[in-house]
Write a protein that binds this ligand. Structure first.
Ligand code: NDP
Length: 282
């Protein structure tokens, strides 16, 4: 056969979908890998999710991402879960293995992979601001990557305590909840300071988590989950305090790298994907 017009399909199901730039970085990676694959960004309403997954099955999609609001709801339509997705209780990447659709969670794995460019989490004491979906995924993967201690700081007490409890029950890490007091003072024996709330996300780019910046010390690594803008006010302040930093764009790009590995078996170039996103000037 001279031509093969049947392109392998991947994509994303979310709502809203128009503002999700993932397609740009994934298709840049496919081109760089010489793969004639497609990544289709689909807006799927909650009531249509089951049909969308059945459609992807029927059409032989190689895999797809799920974003808000489908990360938990999609689980009932799948055939199995990866180990960390089972603990986190949410899925953002679906992989076809034979006839089975398996749910993985790459949110936290992407974070840890990006963090490794700056620091190895093994044996470290981490402080995580936030207890939502992103914080949950990051906390579980940090624990599985061998962090020694995790403190969860969250505005809402119940969600914070729930996450600390999840870590204690399902991972070997020493975990506890700390209330988010005004101008939170970061304990000096913290190695990794991780911001995983939505404070500072575009368009609220001047918002700053309520942290006493003077308590950031040069030995600390500060990581932000916010990818837009990549250089948040928090990261700029941390750099001025002499800390090394990791941005949320690295987390997003590395999720893509891990997803592409699941779907194609190939190693995508993170720099190509990051450049494709930066060219968008989000
Ligand atoms: P959730 O809605 O699940 O959780 C939001 C979190 O932010 C909660 O902990 C909430 O606290 C906290 N929060 C919200 N507003 C405030 C505030 N004013 N002060 C203090 N805390 C606040 O969202 P996600 O966890 O899914 O997402 C969080 C962020 O992570 C988003 O900005 C998202 O863009 C980013 N993200 C980045 C990814 C990446 O690849 N870079 C991947 C996934 C997410 P409370 O419980 O008290 O309400």
């Amino acid at each position: 056969m001279d031509h093969d017009f049947l392109h392998p399909l991947t994509g994303s199901f979310a709502m809203p979908a128009a503002e999700n730039p993932t397609v740009v970085m994934i298709e840049a990676a496919y081109r760089q890998l010489g793969l004639d694959w497609r990544y289709i960004n689909c807006e799927v309403r909650p009531e249509g999710l089951g049909d969308a997954v059945r459609g992807a099955r029927a059409m032989g999609w190689r895999g797809f991402n799920c974003s808000i609001p489908h990360k938990v709801a999609v689980i009932e339509h799948l055939d199995g879960l990866g180990a960390s997705a089972r603990i986190i209780g949410a899925v953002n990447t679906i992989v076809r293995r034979g006839d089975r659709l398996i749910g993985e969670n790459t949110d936290g794995q992407g974070f840890v992979q990006a963090l490794r460019d700056v620091a190895d989490p093994a044996g470290k004491a981490a402080l995580i601001f936030g207890a939502g979906g992103a914080a949950r995924a990051v906390a579980v993967e940090l624990a599985l990557a061998g962090a020694a201690r995790i403190r969860i700081v969250n505005r809402g007490r119940e969600r914070g305590m729930e996450l600390a409890d999840l870590l204690v029950r399902h991972t070997p890490v020493d975990a506890a909840y700390l209330p988010w007091e005004e101008r939170f003072r970061i304990p000096a024996d913290t190695d990794l300071v991780i911001h995983a709330t939505s404070v500072g996300l575009y368009p609220h780019v001047d918002a700053m988590p309520d942290i006493d910046i003077e308590t950031l010390l040069p030995h600390m690594v500060v990581a932000d989950g916010i990818h837009n803008p990549p250089l948040t006010r928090l990261l700029r302040a941390a750099t001025r305090r002499g800390c090394r930093v990791a941005d949320g764009l690295g987390m997003l790009v590395n999720q893509g790298v891990i997803g592409i590995k699941h779907w194609t078996g190939m190693d995508a170039d993170a720099d190509v994907m990051r450049s494709a996103l930066l060219e968008l000037r989000l």
